[in-house]
Write a protein that binds this ligand. Structure first.
Ligand code: 4AD
Ligand code: MG
Length: 433
C-alpha cells in the first residue's frame, strides 16, 4: 500500500482530509451498480467506506463487490467529515485488500434464536449491540478501579479454590483437589474480612461461582463480583458506600459511553435520575408494599423477582432495603441490637426491573456469637478456624458488600438477559464456547 497513516476508527477525527489505512473486518455492505458502501469495523467503531465506480479503477470496484461479510481487510482512503455518517466520518476509498476472505458468515440480519446465538458467542460478540454492551462493561470495570483507588481502598484478591461455603451449601461447586475436596468460591468476603484487618479498606474483584439451578434472566453459574470491605464501618457506612459507588458507575457510563448507549437504544432519562440519596426502606416496609399490592407472600421469606419488581416500580432510583430477617441470611451477618431477629443486612434493588445488584451488610465481630451462629447453621467449624481467629486478634465492627457486575451492566444497558453482559456466559446447560 502507498504511504498513509495507519490508524483506528476512533481516531479518524484527527485525520480529516488525510489518507489513512484501517485494518479490520467487513461488517456490512450496500451497493448499487455505481456506488458501493462498505461498513468496516476495527473494534473501536464502524466507518463507512465509499467507492464510486467512475472514480476508482474498474478491478477495485469489481473485486470489492465480491468480498464476503466478516472478511478481514485493509483499506486506504481519504477521511471526510460527514454529519450524516454514523460516527461523523466517511472514507473515500482508494484501495481495499483482503487479508482473509471469510466463509459464509453464520450470523445474518434475520432473527436468530438465543441458543444459536449463544453457540456462536465467539462470533456474536462482533455484533453491534453485543459489542456496545461489552464496552459498557469495560467502562464499569475501569470506573470501579478508579472509584476504589481514589478512596484509598487496596485491591486484595481472594482465592478461587476455597475450603468452606460463604453463601450457603446448596450452590457450591465441588472440585477434586488432590486428595481433598475444595469448592469454587461463592464470594471473596471472608478473605476480605481478613484483608481489611490488615489494610483498613479493601476490595476484591474476580469471578465467583454458584451452582444455580434457576433459569432466570438474572442468574449465571459464573459471574464477577466487586466486593469492598471496611474496618470500623457500620451498616449505615456500608449503605453510603454502596450508594456512592453505584451513582459513580452510572455517571461514568453516561459521561463516556453515550455512543454505546445509543446503539443499545437505551433511554437515558431514568439513568440520569440515579443520583444520591437513594431511598432506604426496611425489609418490613418492603413487605408492607408487597402486601398492599396483593402479591402472594410467604411470611418471613426472601424477596423474589415479582417482589423486587414492586419495590423498584415505586421508586425512580435504586432502593436500599435493610434489616432482613436473620434466619434467611448468611451466618456472618450481625444481628440488629434493637431486634435480634433481624440482621444488619442490605440489598440494593435496581430500577426498571434490574433486580438485586448489591448484597451486603455489617458482620458479626463477636467470637462467641459468631461461633453459635456457625453451629446453629450446622456449618463445619474447622475450615472456618482462621475466620474465627479474626475475632480473637483485634476484632472491630466492620462490613462490606458485593456488587454483581453482570446484573449492573444489564440494568445500565437495558439488556434482556445477563448472558449478554459477560463475554462468554456460563449457565446451567452451557459451557460452550
Ligand atoms: O447477595 P450475594 O449473595 O452476597 C454475597 O455474596 C456477599 N458475600 C457479598 C459481600 O458482602 N461481600 O451476592 C452479591 C451480588 C448480588 O446482589 C447479585 O448482584 C450478584 O452478586 N449475584 C449474581 N449475579 C449473577 N448470577 C448469579 N447467580 C448471582 N448471584 C449473586
Ligand atoms: Mg443477595
Amino acid at each position: 500500500m502507498t504511504e498513509s497513516v495507519t490508524t483506528r476508527i476512533s481516531k479518524l477525527k484527527d485525520h480529516v482530509g488525510q489518507e489513512v489505512t484501517i485494518r479490520g473486518w467487513l461488517y456490512n455492505r450496500r451497493s448499487s451498480g455505481k456506488i458501493q458502501f462498505l461498513q468496516i469495523r476495527d473494534g473501536t467503531g464502524i466507518v463507512q467506506g465509499v467507492l464510486v465506480k467512475k472514480e476508482v479503477p474498474e478491478h477495485l470496484f469489481e473485486s470489492s463487490d465480491l468480498i464476503p461479510r466478516e472478511s478481514s481487510i485493509e483499506i486506504r482512503g481519504t477521511v471526510r467529515e460527514d454529519s450524516r455518517a454514523p460516527g461523523g466520518f466517511e472514507l473515500s476509498l482508494l484501495e481495499v485488500s483482503v487479508i482473509q476472505a471469510a466463509e459464509e458468515y453464520p450470523i445474518t440480519k434475520q432473527a436468530h434464536g438465543p441458543d444459536f446465538l449463544l453457540s456462536n458467542r465467539h462470533l456474536w460478540i462482533r455484533s453491534r449491540k453485543q459489542h456496545a454492551t461489552l464496552m459498557v462493561r469495560d467502562e464499569i470495570l475501569k470506573a470501579t478501579r478508579d472509584f476504589f483507588y481514589d478512596r484509598e481502598f487496596v485491591c486484595v484478591d481472594s482465592p478461587i479454590f476455597t475450603p468452606a461455603a460463604c453463601e450457603g451449601t446448596t450452590t457450591l461447586f465441588e472440585v477434586d483437589y488432590f486428595d481433598e475436596k475444595a469448592y469454587l468460591t461463592q464470594s471473596g468476603q471472608l478473605y476480605n474480612e481478613a484483608a481489611c484487618m490488615a489494610f483498613g479498606k479493601v476490595y476484591c474483584f474476580g469471578p465467583t461461582f454458584r451452582a444455580e439451578k434457576s433459569k432466570t434472566r438474572k442468574h449465571l453459574t459464573e459471574f464477577w463480583m466487586v466486593e469492598p470491605e471496611v474496618a470500623f464501618a457500620d451498616l449505615d457506612d456500608i449503605m453510603d458506600l454502596a450508594e456512592e459507588y453505584v451513582a459513580y458507575l452510572v455517571a461514568r457510563v453516561l459521561e463516556r459511553r453515550t455512543a454505546e448507549l445509543k446503539v443499545l437504544e437505551r433511554d437515558l432519562a431514568p439513568l440520569e435520575k440515579v443520583v444520591p440519596p437513594f431511598p432506604r426502606i426496611s425489609y418490613a416496609d418492603g413487605v408492607k408494599m408487597i402486601k398492599e399490592k396483593g402479591e402472594p407472600w410467604e411470611e418471613g421469606g426472601d424477596f423474589g423477582a415479582p417482589h423486587e419488581e414492586i419495590i423498584s416500580a415505586a421508586h425512580d432510583r435504586p432502593v436500599l432495603v435493610h434489616r432482613f430477617p436473620a434466619d434467611i441470611k448468611a451466618f456472618y451477618m450481625k444481628r440488629d441490637p434493637e431486634d435480634r431477629t433481624l440482621s444488619l443486612s442490605v440489598d440494593m434493588i435496581a430500577p426498571e426491573g434490574g433486580g438485586e445488584i448489591v448484597g451486603g451488610g455489617q458482620r458479626e465481630h463477636d467470637l462467641e456469637t459468631l461461633r453459635k451462629e456457625i453451629q446453629k447453621q450446622e456449618l463445619p467449624e474447622e475450615p472456618l478456624a482462621w475466620y474465627l481467629d479474626l475475632r480473637k486478634y483485634g476484632s472491630v465492627p466492620h462490613g462490606g458488600f458485593g456488587l454483581g457486575i453482570e446484573r449492573t451492566v444489564g440494568w445500565i444497558c437495558g439488556s434482556p438477559h445477563v448472558r449478554e453482559t459477560i463475554p462468554f456466559p456460563r449457565m446451567m446447560h452451557r459451557t460452550y464456547p
